[in-house]
Design a protein around this ligand. Sequence first.
Ligand code: GLU
Length: 441
Amino acid sequence: MSFSKVRTRFAPSPTGYLHVGGARTALFCYLFARHHGGEFILRVEDTDEARNTDEARRAIYDGMRWLGLEWDEGPDVGGAYGPYLQSERGAIYDRYFQQLQESGRVYEDGGAWRFRFERKPVTMHDLVCGEVTIDYRDASNTPDLVIRRSDGSYVFHFVNVVDDLEMKISHVIRGEDHLMNTPKHLQLIEALGGTAPAYAHIPLILNPNGSKMSKRDEGAAVADYPRRGFVPSAVVNFLALLGWSPKSEDEIFSMEELIARFSLEAVNRAPARFDAEKCAWVNQQHILRMGVEEFVELARPVLVEAGMNLDERFPQAMIMVKDKVRLLSELPEAAGFLLADDFVYEDAAVEKVRTQAAVVSVALPAMATAFQDTEDWSGEAAKAALATVASKLGVKQGAMMFPLRVALSGRGGGPDLAAILEYLGRDRCVTRLEKFSHVIA
Ligand code: GLU
């Protein structure tokens, strides 16, 4: 290989949204470049004027930035091989086209221009897919390639190859849908006297049922992930597992760990299956591993968006629920009762309390009174008060915990009861017990 430096590029066509398949390609390009201390380039293949809008480009930039895939060269950041929008590179393409004209490799055909293939077999050595050969000897199977349309515009194959040469790309990592294009690209590169990059075509992403993932499928658009409560590091981790095998028991990795471990040899040849449940599980693992401060900062906008008022004690509430949620979007429900008094009671939990009517009608008011009389409030002091009431009434302490939890939180499950008691404070606990008597009456 004659490249002294690893340079990869992600070359999306702006379609108005960033698909998980594209994001995964971008991630593999990024991981490979970072692993080798190389450069990661973003090149926007926006020659299709109809779709060439600012908004469509923005969708790509936003998605990549959310995932943390910062590009070293590309739109917004510049670089030595720009411009990085194909729509601005017309003069470069003209120059290369002229070179093919001068060497007699193109000819006009009905206003369009065709590239004359060399009539021989062309073999590529793909780093993932192995050897692929296309035999160009029979022109009826492999007609010469239109590279310039009659309106003067250039086709994808030509501009893609020119840019990979111009931008000194060392490794082209892209979706398997381009595998069969590559021998054409090798022919073009040879005709231009260039050095071909190495190629790695990565497997498609399929739906769980084996169909090809499309735009409308759940989880297809990266832009939906923040709203659905995913954290970037988890989505990156999940995308990495779509087609790359860590070759270990462990599946949970930070970006740094992925960079350290990534290799193209460990990319699978078989298509990957998208599994939304797995994605949520990976998200939960990232939340569990994350520091409290980071979690608090990710939780804040989610709760503000849900209309919650956050006081200075809200980080404490987050510590209590951090290991209870898979997605950040579950937070308003999981933590709402800590942050506001107007939470809703779960029907099932309330019904379950009603079946213990005798205990509840006596025990809940007794608890309210005992709490009222507790001087130095803490979770432990409150539980001691609860124990006293239980023994006085001859009721099992355990039998009183569930009604108390529902009275305080509206829910049958959640954080540690002592932590809830302590967080809410005596007066709010008493008020909630009193209110709950009316709820179940
Ligand atoms: N614009 C092409 C696509 O989005 C790029 C293919 C490539 O990476 O070479 O499919």
